[in-house]
Design a protein around this ligand. Structure first.
Ligand code: SF4
Length: 235
């Protein structure tokens, strides 16, 4: 049984406000249809954002349509996505997913999902190889579906764990569940996207993987990890 807290946990709102003050309003997202976002999200894990964007642009130009990409051979797809990580595995997942979408929807389009509830869209997407909580959240939140979800990528997971909002062993799904409990109900899909982007920027510029810059972090006074790290950095 879930216990309702006596006081609302406002840390997410506080964190959002401070990151907005530090980094400014993130650039508006180029919102794609669900299929293009699906392709991007399937390919982009463990790959730099600019490289992933470049590869998707390359696929659009080279194959001219997603149907031609679906019908291409695996070696041809693998060659076209060689700039990203794990191209062998991702080429197989991508081709199989595009074929399965065609079978399940009767056409190569995810427009069918527009009429589904968000939880149904998420479970529908997560039946594809290579699609877990992070990827399904990205597809429903970043695309024109624009549903409420938080994409917990590696930056988001690391920053959230260091801030003590979730345990060190929490995975993307458990972290998203906890963050969605903390996020005000008034935060729209666009606002949750903005929150994700601010945390990601923070993870790239300040709370970096190798050496977090805690002494200059705007979240230092509310971060249990920062309290320890800043002390050791000050010695
Ligand atoms: S204080 Fe340090 S560990 Fe905490 S969020 Fe900031 S950079 Fe990350």
């Amino acid at each position: 049984m879930r216990v309702t807290p006596l006081f609302p946990d406002t840390r997410l709102v506080e964190i959002h406000g401070r990151l907005l003050a530090r980094y400014g309003q993130p650039a508006a997202r180029d919102v794609w249809d669900p299929l293009k976002q699906f392709i991007y999200s399937l390919l982009s894990s463990r790959t730099k954002t600019e490289v992933s964007h470049e590869v998707v642009r390359h696929l659009e130009i080279k194959f001219e349509s997603w149907e031609k990409l679906r019908d291409a051979s695996i070696p041809e797809i693998e060659d076209a996505i060689r700039a990203i990580t794990f191209p062998e595995q991702k080429a197989v997942h991508l081709k199989r997913a595009l074929e399965q979408i065609t079978q399940r929807c009767g056409t190569l389009s995810l427009d069918l999902l527009k009429s589904y509830r968000t939880d149904k869209v998420r479970s529908w997407l997560e039946r594809f190889d290579g699609v877990g909580a992070k990827t399904s959240a990205a597809i429903v939140n970043f695309s024109t579906l624009r549903r409420r979800a938080i994409c917990v990528d590696s930056h988001h997971l690391r920053v959230t764990q260091r801030l003590g909002l979730v345990s060190k062993s929490a995975d993307a799904r458990a972290t998203e569940d906890r963050l969605m409990e903390m996020a005000p109900a008034t935060w729209s899909a666009e606002m949750l996207d903005e929150h994700h982007t601010l945390i990601k920027i923070h993870g790239q510029q300040t709370c970096t993987f190798a050496e977090p810059r805690c002494r200059t972090c705007p979240l230092l006074d509310i971060c249990p990890t920062g309290a320890k790290t800043a002390n050791s950095q000050g010695k």
